[in-house]
Design a binder for this molecule. Structure first.
Ligand code: FAD
Length: 532
């Protein structure tokens, strides 16, 4: 077993700290590289964003009319930036995508393991992920998603329970019988119980405690759903949970792309480049300023990129670090706390339980969820991939702890949790962290959500702070990218800086939501509170 091998997956954190350290100065010189921005703006290779292209490849599909000739810089090469770049490039825009890390994919990125690529963080596709599936269709990859029924377990006080059917619920002894019955009945009625309520302004804890009772909340729901938001979970609007039920209702079937998420990321890159776009990795944005109707993006090691429009997918705290003072003042002052994640990936010589997902409650582990990815994606080079995770603040002791120590301790804990597992079954373990995963939304966030436009500037925002009440996922990032490209197209057609997006478009995603019941998702293995 190699438990000393660890890596961090936090390009975002590097970018955040590096952004402060190496930020372009007021004179426009990049202190990290010494590359003079003034020397390249307007003349260097990056002065014109994207390669020249003829209009023939522009299908106009993304923003209505063609964006032919519009220079767009896309900041961040996660799924949101890639999806936006793909649509923009296909619409004729001259796109340059800038990604700080040496790999694309953001939270969906991967690492090499014995000649193959593996995702750092567990990911799956839900059948309700319409925007993502449309994008995959666009790329010719929709049929490459392999769907499988998945099952769920629960580990409570070190004991293992299947959690997939009414019979499983009846045998679920951590709750007294009458609470099990109440849990089942309330779950069936939960959707109706939420109707007519302003769930955006109702605390999750108040809602669920009220309908399920104190014991179900304290013994089951708070640990299960709370792990994602830490101590603040009870305060998160109940609408977020409701929305997640909508995404995952009636679902035990999940999907995983053939060739892994890397296949999707590679296809997006290829699409952008085929349309004349430029994709730069190892290109951290260190400065962003608006000069008249153009934007200047200072990139460490790459000089300055000049653009007519900028789409930023960077977490807002990172964007504030890189924006110059004038622009930073115009960025919406929404300061959400973010949960990060510490996640360990085990390469096991044997399967674990066959449950895709199992929350772990009061069982003496630091991690509070186990994802057996091989139950969905199948074995990987003869190894069974198991992720365990703990969502936590990026300032927490766990987040700051050395990866090797986490790997060693979590290996012991995993072996202790599964009686048939021995340390000899653990071939390898890797630890990855990400600092900005889940914004912790306050009550009433529907009204506080920042607009995607930064009024009167060429800057558009497409971040996880914008996807609420949708859950953070590849699907909601793709939907957001589509929306932002639409706003950008409107602004280009008007020949203006971006203005406020019409409320009807902003709310259209919300109107599509359709909540299922907690019973649907819990009893059918669809409710993974660790899923974004
Ligand atoms: C453990 C875990 C499990 C998940 N499971 C699922 C799942 O099963 N299904 C699902 O759909 N979603 C899942 N998600 C959520 C999903 O990964 C995210 O919602 C999605 O990837 C967000 O994409 P994004 O492009 O908005 O942001 P990010 O992926 O964070 O991309 C932002 C990019 O910006 C880059 N960047 C930062 N600073 C700079 C800078 N200064 N200059 C240039 N670039 C910069 C970063 O390196 C990053 O690549 C999971 C997430 C985690 C952490």
């Amino acid at each position: 077993m190699r438990d000393d091998v660890a890596a961090t997956g936090d390009a975002g954190r590097d970018a955040a700290t590096g952004g402060a350290r190496e930020r372009a100065t007021a004179t426009g010189r990049d202190t990290a590289t010494g590359a003079g921005r003034d020397a390249v703006a307007g003349t260097g290779p990056d002065a014109v964003v994207g390669a020249p292209r003829d209009g023939s490849a522009a299908d106009g599909s993304a923003a209505g009319d063609s964006l032919s000739g519009t220079r767009v810089a896309v900041l961040g090469g996660g799924i949101c930036g890639l999806a936006a770049a793909h649509r923009l490039a296909r619409s004729g825009a001259r796109v340059t995508l800038l990604e700080a890390s040496d790999q694309l994919g953001g939270l969906g990125t991967f690492f090499p393991w014995r000649d193959r690529w593996v995702e750092r963080f567990y990911h799956c596709v839900m059948p309700t992920d319409d925007d993502l599936l449309d994008l995959l269709g666009d790329l010719g990859l929709r049929d490459a998603v392999r769907w499988r029924p998945t099952r769920m377990g629960m580990v409570v006080d070190g004991r293992h329970f299947p959690f997939n059917s009414a019979a499983d619920l009846l045998r679920f002894t951590p709750l007294p019988l009458h609470d099990r019955l109440r849990f089942g009945v309330v779950s069936l009625l939960l959707r109706r119980l939420g109707q007519g309520k302003d769930l955006d302004r109702l605390r999750t804890e108040d809602w669920l405690r009220g309908v399920y009772g104190d014991r179900v909340w304290e013994r089951l729901l708070a640990p299960m759903f709370g792990s994602k938001f830490g101590a603040a979970f009870g305060d998160v609007p109940a609408l977020y949970l409701w929305q997640r039920l909508g995404r995952e209702s009636n679902v035990s079937v999940r999907g995983y792309p053939e060739g892994g998420y890397r296949a999707v990321i590679d296809a997006l890159r290829a699409s952008v480049e085929a349309s004349g776009g430029v994709v730069r990795t190892s290109a951290p944005v260190r400065g962003l300023e608006v000069d008249g109707d153009r934007a200047l993006v200072a990139v460490a090691g790459h000089g300055t990129v000049e653009a007519d429009r900028v789409v930023s997918t960077l977490p807002l705290p990172v964007l504030r670090e890189v924006a110059d003072d004038g622009l930073a003042r115009r960025i919406p002052d929404v300061r959400l706390p973010y949960q990060g994640v510490v996640n360990a990936l085990f390469f096991l010589r044997r399967p674990l339980s066959g449950h895709y997902w199992a929350p772990v409650v009061r069982s003496g582990t630091d991690f509070d969820g186990v994802i057996e990815m091989s139950a969905l994606a199948g074995p990987f080079d003869g190894r069974h991939l198991v992720y365990v995770m703990r969502y936590t603040d990026r300032e927490s002791a766990l987040y700051r702890e050395d990866e090797g120590r986490i790997a060693a301790r979590w290996t012991k804990q995993l072996v202790g949790l599964y009686p048939d597992l021995t340390s000899a079954d653990v071939d390898d373990v890797r630890v990855f962290k990400a600092p900005f995963v889940e914004p912790v939304y306050p009550l009433g966030y529907l009204a506080k959500r920042p607009p995607v436009e930064v009024g009167g500037t060429p800057l558009l925002l497409a971040t996880t702070a914008h996807v609420y009440p949708s859950v953070t996922s590849w699907n909601s990032s793709v939907a957001l990218a589509n929306r932002v490209v639409g706003v950008l197209g409107d602004a280009v057609r008007r020949g203006s800086a971006v203005h406020r997006e019409p409320a009807d478009r902003r709310d259209s995603a919300d109107q599509r939501r359709d909540a299922g019941t907690l019973a649907d998702q819990l009893l059918q293995g669809g409710g993974d509170p660790h899923r974004g």
